[in-house]
Design a protein around this ligand. Sequence first.
Ligand code: VAH
Length: 319
Amino acid sequence: MTIGKGVLVIGASGQIGTELVMALRQQHGTANVVACDIKTASDEVKASGPFELLDILDKDRLYALVKQYEVSEIYLLAALLSATAEQKVMPAWKLNMDGLFNVLELAREGHIAKVYWPSSIAIFGPTTPKVHTPQRTIAEPTTVYGISKLTGERWCEYYFNRYGVDVRSLRYPGLIGYKSAPGGGTTDYAVDIFHKAAAGEPFTCFLNADTRLPMMYMPDAIAATLGIMNAEAANVKVRSSYNIAALDFTPAELAGRIRENMPDFRIDYAPDHRQAIADSWPGSIDDSVARKDWGWKNRYDLKAMTRDMLVNLAPESIR
Ligand code: VAH
């Protein structure tokens, strides 16, 4: 089986996938980047290049697409996120783990050359040091999502060490973007708040005002993803998953930044089941290892992210 120039993005209709597909098509050429998902993708993704329906648990269909498009790289983004996974425990475990094994096995068998698989700061738990959490530390996650991501990291490192599979991974913090709707995440309040502000509506936050969480603007997350995948293999020294960081803030701090442009914006707080998930995670992350190994650095701080989100969602609000 020839390994060609094809790139497969699985989970292309999700929050990250929608933007990652467009960035990969710029790098590899639109015809070479195949967007896949179990549900249809955005008009932008479908109009700019090939799209295929795929359930990542259907290994035969996955292999057929790898052959058809002469795929050499797979970006596996399909997963159930933290809040949803708590409601659908076994479906989440099956999707998050069997999906990963389907891709790692294709790489072990030599059908693809490189794999990207996202982990998350959700691999940390209540016993992890919460401030400036280091690359290597206690990781006792208490959520289905976090357990699946920590387990996945262990398997990625095993497939690298045992079979030489070139799988690379980042521990994403909460991601914020305006191009796609998030789904089922505990950090998704930080996206919803901008849409409410842009609509001139008050926002009820499902986390407490002082809940500090690590976050990142989507353009930085996309840059980090391309950065680690384009890095020299010798510089990717961590084969479980890298901490990456950019921002950390509380809902109250984010609301304050929005009010700098929209003084009438109002927020109130009604913590729900997602508060316990957020309370189990770190407040800030140390990403010095990624910065040293392959030159990671973020571009957006909280002020710049807030401004860019509002420029795109509510341009009339910008002062
Ligand atoms: C979630 N957005 O909230 C994801 C992310 C760190 C959080 O993994 O589940």
